[in-house]
Structure formats: structure tokens, C-alpha cells
Ligand binder design. Sequence first.
Ligand SMILES: [Zn+2]
Length: 452
Amino acid sequence: MNNDILTKKLAILKNRKSAFIPAIEAIHDWLLQTSEALSKQNISPVDINLPIDKVVPEFLHGIPIGLFDLNWEVHCPHCHAITYEYHDLSQAASASYCEGCKVEFEADFAKWVNVTFSLNKEIDNREPILTCKLPDTTEVFIHIETSPAETKSAIMTFKADTYRYICPLTKSRGLLTVSGEETDELQVFSIEQLADNKFDITKLQARPGRIKINLTNSIDSPAGLVVFKDYLPQQPLPPRLSGLELIHYPEFHSLFGEQVLSSREQMQVAAVTTLFTDITGSTEMYERLGDIVAYNVVRDHFDILFSNIEQQGGTVIKTIGDAVMASFTNNRAALISVVNALEEFEKYNKQNVDRQVNIKTGIHRGQTILVNLNDRLDYFGSTINKAARIQAVASSGEICFSEQVYQDNNFIQTMKKIGIENVSRHSVNLKGIDGLQTIYKAVTKFNKNTLL
Ligand SMILES: [Zn+2]
């Protein structure tokens, strides 16, 4: 690792006006303390000892100055191994295949895509050693770790089943089939770790009973052997920075706004919260104030709304006339951004008696598709349509939301804390959606003050 360049680049990072020095120092400490063996590649921002939203902006600002590189990692839902890694969103693929589990899966952007940062090659040019971290719940039957030229053994009793053995470092793998009559004899197998990330034996057949495995490490770096059942259920990944979370950082947009999916790719997103807002009575306002003044009011309204959306970690996806579409990683943040904006509109309305602004709001959460629309990231699908339709049935000052949002306890608790108690349930027809839909309307205190 080149410490001189590292120190220089860290100084550049700290010199920024918006730099959050404690985060940069925490990252530096982490780099100094982490052992050389596991390399300072693929650093997960959750490992740094500070809230993740303080750390990620510093990592992102470190990329254009040549301090860090950005890695998008696709993880297998079953064994959590990295099945594909890319460095620009244009290389993202909607599906991936795990060689170990022999499964193809949707590379869901919220569930299976992780973001990590590496030291730039100019600072550390070693190839990353990406260890394969199995889900915590995986039952491990044998675990051996060896240094170069070392042989180590382990014994375990096995029942009839199919097992997999892998080296978490070299990713070498093989299959152990245990079947037939149980035996009292100790069954001994010797496996050698070869170069080119391979074991010399990739298929073992044994009977139920005691099995001894000898692992000989014939390469010049550490190697190991872990034995677990071949079938692994899907398990959520441990806490991390997901792809969906990263694209909600304003720094991602300001620094990497040009990083978008290729025009043909569509990424599944398990769940995203979508917010739609529209100004109340804008037609009347344009008539009363004239186009120029009314346009300025609309611009003021955008400024207030956008800053409140961003403050809560939301992203403005687009404007459609006077309407705004934004996305959030959670419902609570969408709610707070709306309530804060409504509060600001109330102040604005008091200061500008002839220029009253109020909005009607819709919030919905569900599965969606992330796409590239006109070289910007956008969402697509029935969740988005429904969110827009929910907004369309809201009245001035009302926050309308779906059953999915109502079921979110965090959202409801936040609503109570804010003091919104007037929530009513309605069965409505939403344009373009079959059947009656349940929606909820929350009336904010600002409702009564509007002149429009
Ligand atoms: Zn797998």
C-alpha cells in the first residue's frame, strides 16, 4: 500500500468545503487498523464506526480524486457468494448465475446488489481477496484453514445427504455425497488445493458415519475448506449498502449522474417507496397571477419540495408539469419530507398572501423496475402507476397512501408522533386499476389554511 499517495488523497478529500472530517478520519483509522491479509479492497461502508449516511458521501467524493473505486457486487441469494461484479451501472445485468448453487436468479437491486469501495489501484494494486461469507444460519460441518505447504485434518459424523465443500478464499469447490448403509469405519479423504482455484478432487462419495478430511495446501497463499449442506435456502444479506440505497444519495447524482443502466437493461427492485405530489389549483393560479408570476410560485414550490425530499434521503425522479415524482428507500422518510414541506408552504403562504401554495400527495410502496429513461434512472411498472393514481384522489393538504404503506408500523408510529391523527380509510376506484382499492387519507392541519 502506498501510504504517501493515500495521505495526499485524504488531505484533498478533507479540503473540500462540505467535507465531514470525522468520517474521513474514521475511514483512515479503519484502513490503518485492518489487517493486510484481507486486503483493503471491497470495503463495506457499514464496517466504518459511524452512521452510514455520514460515511458514504465521503467515499463517493473520494472516487473522482482517485482515492477510491466503486464496486457493484451481485450476491447469490443462497450462499451469498459474489456472482458478478461491475464498476459502472451500464454494466449491470438483470439476472445472474451462481456456479456453486447452480441457480439463476434475478439480481434484485435492493436485495442482492451491494456496494463496496476499494482503494484506487494507484494506492493499493493487489488483487482483492474476496472471501465468501456464507449466511450466518448456515450449518458448517467441517472448517479447516491452512497456510501454504501445510496439511490439516478434521473429523465429523455425517448423515445421508448431499454436501458441498468450498474454499472461501480460492472459491474452489466440490460435492460430497453421503448415502447407503451407515458404517463404523473412519472414512478418510485427502484433498489438495491446487493453483487455478481448483481442488484435485471435486466429487466424494461416502457412507453415513465418521468422515476425516485432510486438506493439503499446495499454493503460495492461505486456503481453507468448509463443508455445508448442498441445498441452502434464500437468506437476506447482512446489513450493508444496497444498490438501491446508493442511488438515493444526492452525492451519487451530483458525481455519477451519468452512470445509468444500459438502455436495454431493467433491474428488479423488491420494494421502493414512491411519492407523487401535485400543486392544488394551479390552473386557477396561472389565470389569476399570470404566467410569469405563477411560474415563479411553481419554482418556489419546487425548491421547497426538492430540498425537503433530499434532506430525508429521497431522490426526485422527475417532474411532470407541476407534479413531482420522488423515490425513497422507506415510507417514513417520504412522510417526513412531505410534512416538512407542508410546514414550509404554510410559512410561505403567510408571507405571500396572494401566492398560496398547497399540494396533494400520494405515497405507495411496492416492487418496481429500475430502467434508463432518457439517460436518467427512472422506475417503471404497476407500483408507479398506482402511486400516481393514489395521488390523483387526494385533496389539497391531504396525504393519501396505500394499504402497503398503512401496514408499515414505522410509518404509522411516525404519523402519530407528528400529531396526525385524522386518518380515514376509503374504498375507491383508481383509474386504470381493476376493482375497488383500499386507500387511506391523512388530513394535515394545513388543510384548512389553504385559499385554493
Ligand atoms: Zn450460491
